[in-house]
Unconditional design. Structure first.
Length: 107
């Protein structure tokens, strides 16, 4: 993880721990990608759940490229990547959210 990534990870942990200090039923969701697991690692006191549904869409030929690099060298792929919204993420994880909600509130 880069130095900037480590700094972000520590700041995120501090934010989450302060924001959720009284919410002990909360859990931290990450994708199964190593960088998201490492980013969440410093967060203490909450279970961490890895969901494949949160993994990125396969980047194919754009894997490892920044958005600027994609925009310059592959404008047609950039249009697709740039069009992805939170709606796509929600649609991707809705079945899992529903399952989690059902399990949490079953008596």
């Amino acid at each position: 993880m880069s130095e900037a990534g480590q700094l972000y990870s520590r700041k995120l942990a501090s934010f989450v721990e302060k924001r959720l200090k009284s919410e002990r039923t909360a859990s931290i969701w990450t994708s199964t990608l190593q960088r998201t697991i490492l980013t969440a690692h410093p967060i203490i006191g909450f279970p961490k759940i890895q969901w494949r549904a949160l993994d990125e869409i396969n980047a194919g030929v754009c894997d490892g490229m920044t958005y600027d690099e994609i925009k310059k060298s592959k404008p047609e792929e950039y249009e697709y990547v740039n069009s992805l919204t939170s709606y796509h993420l929600f649609k991707k994880i809705l079945p899992r959210l529903t399952e989690n909600f059902s399990q949490t509130f079953l008596l």
